[in-house]
Write a protein that binds this ligand. Structure first.
Ligand code: ADP
Ligand code: ZN
Length: 518
């Protein structure tokens, strides 16, 4: 049954038909073989599944895969069976008989991969699991365990018992979206034991990035129509915030002769499955969907993604545009953004029970949409990757605003920040730069900092604009779990030391839109 004598490389060819591993796949599999816990961060489509599927093929025991979505489990199990790999899923929709058969096979060692929902896993902790020979727990979509992540699921939280119950079984946590905080939280919550951490680049250079602000409904629909005309017969997804918008957009497009399906959580499971199948089989060109659509969709030739409304965070945005171009071929993305979206999303964020964090994420999304900086740089910086060059494949790069050498501004700002021990927020930094005599500044002795008042020639708003650019260029990061204090990054230090030039876009005194909640 198990191909114990074949190597990972051979298994890759034999079962999946691929000749070479993608970056990190081989290293991850090796780490598992050595018994290490792992944290795997790879963008959607990066090839995470193989990292736990191959260990299942070359080891004795079975791999238990925790996955939150029924549809996703089913797709993976079907694909594995098709490749001749014994896999099964335990979920709530199968009959008792089917379930008994699966459990029996699993106990006999006739199953290589057992997919299971977190709820189900917890209910089997005392019964099924101890009777199995488990070689690895793979926790897919691991960001769901973290309150910091964008898709927190309470059932995931309880997975912390796995390590207590099965301390000797290695565990692999996988996710496509996790900023630094979420990463650390995943490790803590799952109790990973000095895990090997693999972070592959999140860069998707084949995706073009384009943002249009301020259009009304009519303008958006016209722009979408001409966009689709330029992508004749190419599959694409249009994401909307509301169900009613998905239906409206779909209807408008059908009237223009474009084949569409609608997908949102208000439809029955059957309707959703039908829509998904029609899209996967290229029977319709377009799906108009809410965010409910796409998790686990494995359609490699999605050529474009449009956001009819702005998403609530950069994580969501990046995951959604990431559904385009999974085959690596050039694909286009277009984001519409309006203040109306921001108002509505702010309302959701405030009502969310995690108001502060969600507002912060929303601001970062809005700042992305409004920015004059290379969009990919902002995205990659957001995910903690160091980038020093503009991408050439976004609307800003293709039509760059006038820039000037702003290195001195950056140096003034960052050196002031460092002299406070990197303990201050952007607001306080601006006060220092502008030589404010507020009590807070004087009490802390910030008026004695060398760069105190070094930026008084610029208004508060201008500094806001420039500091935002500096953050988006990756010269400092905002630690939003530490009261939004500023920390200088390695790229920031390079500008400070004069090893790198910082090009900024001119900020006039009037142009900055004020953040309403501040
Ligand atoms: P993820 O789970 O990270 O979103 P998948 O595991 O679904 O990504 O992989 C995405 C696609 O890439 C799949 O079609 C998969 O077969 C393919 N793939 C994975 N590894 C390789 C490889 N080493 N060579 C070629 N294709 C690969
Ligand atoms: Zn760019």
């Amino acid at each position: 049954m198990t191909d114990k004598c074949i190597s990972a490389q051979e298994a890759l060819r034999k079962y999946f038909g691929y000749d070479t591993f993608r970056p990190y796949q081989a290293e991850i599999i090796e780490a598992v073989q050595e018994g290490h816990d792992c944290l795997v961060l790879m963008p959607t489509g990066g090839g995470k599944s193989i990292c736990f599927q191959i260990p299942a093929l070359i080891n004795q025991g079975l791999v238990v895969v925790v996955s939150p979505l029924l549809a996703l489990m089913k797709d993976q199990v079907d694909a594995l069976l098709e490749n001749g790999i014994q896999a099964a899923a335990l979920n709530s929709i199968q009959s008792e008989d089917e379930e008994l058969v699966i459990k029996m096979k699993a106990r006999q060692g006739d199953i290589r991969l057992l997919y299971i929902s977190p709820e189900r896993l917890l209910s089997e902790l005392d019964y099924l699991l101890p009777s199995l020979d488990i070689s690895l727990f793979a926790i897919d979509e691991a960001h769901c365990i973290s309150q910091w992540g964008h898709d927190f699921r309470p059932e995931y939280n309880k997975l912390s018992v796995l390590k207590e119950r099965f301390p000797t079984v290695p565990m692999m946590a996988l996710t496509a979206t996790a900023d630094k905080l979420t990463r650390n939280d995943i490790i803590t919550q799952l109790g990973l034991d000095s895990p090997r951490i693999f972070i592959s680049s999140f860069d998707r250079p084949n995706l073009s990035l384009h943002v249009i602000g301020g259009y009304n409904k009519k303008q958006k629909l016209a722009a979408i129509y001409s966009f689709i005309q330029r992508h004749a017969r190419q599959s694409g997804i249009i994401y909307c915030l509301s169900r009613s918008n998905t239906e409206m957009v779909a209807q408008e497009l059908s009237q223009l002769g474009i084949t569409t399906e609608v997908y949102h959580a208000g439809l029955s499971a059957q309707q959703r499955e039908k829509a998904q199948a029609a899209f996967l089989n290229d029977e319709v060109q377009v799906v108009c969907a809410t965010i409910a659509f796409g998790m686990g969709i494995d359609k490699s030739n999605v050529r474009w993604v449009i956001h009819y409304n702005m998403p609530k965070s950069i994580e969501c945005y990046y995951q959604e545009i990431g559904r385009a171009g999974r085959d690596g071929m050039p694909s286009d993305t277009l984001l519409f953004y309006s203040l109306g979206d921001v108002v509505m999303l702010s309302k959701f964020a405030r009502e969310s029970g995690q108001s502060q964090m969600n507002m912060e994420k929303l601001h970062r999304m809005q700042e992305y949409a409004e920015s004059p900086i290379c969009r990919r740089r902002i995205l990659l910086n957001y995910f903690g990757e160091e980038v020093e060059k503009d991408c050439g494949n976004c609307d800003i790069c293709k039509n760059p605003p006038q820039r000037f050498d702003g290195s001195v501004l950056v140096q003034k700002a960052l050196s002031a920040c460092i002299r406070t021990g990197e303990s201050i927020t952007v607001q306080v930094l601006i006060d220092i730069l502008r030589g404010s005599h507020k009590a807070e500044i004087l009490e802390k002795g910030y008026d004695r900092i060398k760069t105190f008042g070094a930026g008084e020639d610029l208004s508060f708003r201008q500094w806001q604009g420039y500091l935002l650019q500096m953050m988006q260029l990756g010269y400092f990061e905002l630690l939003y779990n530490e009261g939004n204090r500023i920390k200088v990054t390695p790229s920031g230090w390079k500008v400070l030391r004069g090893e790198q030039i910082a090009m900024l876009t001119f900020v006039s005194n009037e142009l900055i839109t004020e953040r309403k909640d501040k």
